[in-house]
Design a protein around this ligand. Sequence first.
Ligand SMILES: [Zn+2]
Length: 275
Amino acid sequence: MFEYFDIHSHIDFPDFDLDREEEIVRIKEKKIGTTTVGVGFDSCQRAIALAEKHDNLFACVGEHPGDFDLNSVFDERLLELAKNPKVVSIGETGLDYYRLKSKDENLKKVQKKIFESQIDLSLSVSKPLMLHVRGSKGSQDAYYDALEILEHYHSTSGDKLKGNAHFFAGDMDVLKRFIAIGFTVSFTGVITFTNDYDELIKYTPLDMIMSETDAPFVAPVPHRGGRNSPLYVIEVVKKIAEIRNEPFDVVKTALLNNVLRHFPQISAIASSSSL
Ligand SMILES: [Zn+2]
């Protein structure tokens, strides 16, 4: 069984082309599991191929909201990929207003439509959502819009609607709304070099937090500036324990159990294999 879980990484990205297999061996040696998160059709296929080859890797399939344009349509082929047994979640999906110009209402509508179709997919295959939500500069606007959609689904589907808000960067009010609909939040290595997330991390119930790296991006201290890797998820877990002022072993065990409880496919695969 794993000791750590990095719920969100991109080990299929070109940054790992030179030593991907060796890095996966190192990750496995440290008893770390990770979900390779697709951002479009090609990377979803790569994520599945990696997950099928390695016991400690899982896949997440979806279309990243930052990659859409007005002609974008939800890719029907994702429906097939989503049924793969090693696909454990749907995403990254959500709303990303960071690069939109303020008057881009049409593009917001397209993002919302595609987000809704991926929520439908998540419900139909019973696999939780991996949310990517990023507001326009200095704003929580995308979080408010995403929550409005999710709260609506929650009112009709109840606890069947499940998910994790990756790279959580909402405020306290947004955090409370996610917890109220049963969504977990995950934090990255950013928490090792800014105090901005401390209050959120202290407030979140221990059974609703996950650890992630978003590798190859945002490597934590002491690896800051270099390529990030699922290996460094240990630094994230350490920092969450430090900020919460709770024993490392307690936090480590709780974060792993959160993954197994909120992502049932991971739990089923892990307990039926030699992991
Ligand atoms: Zn990502």
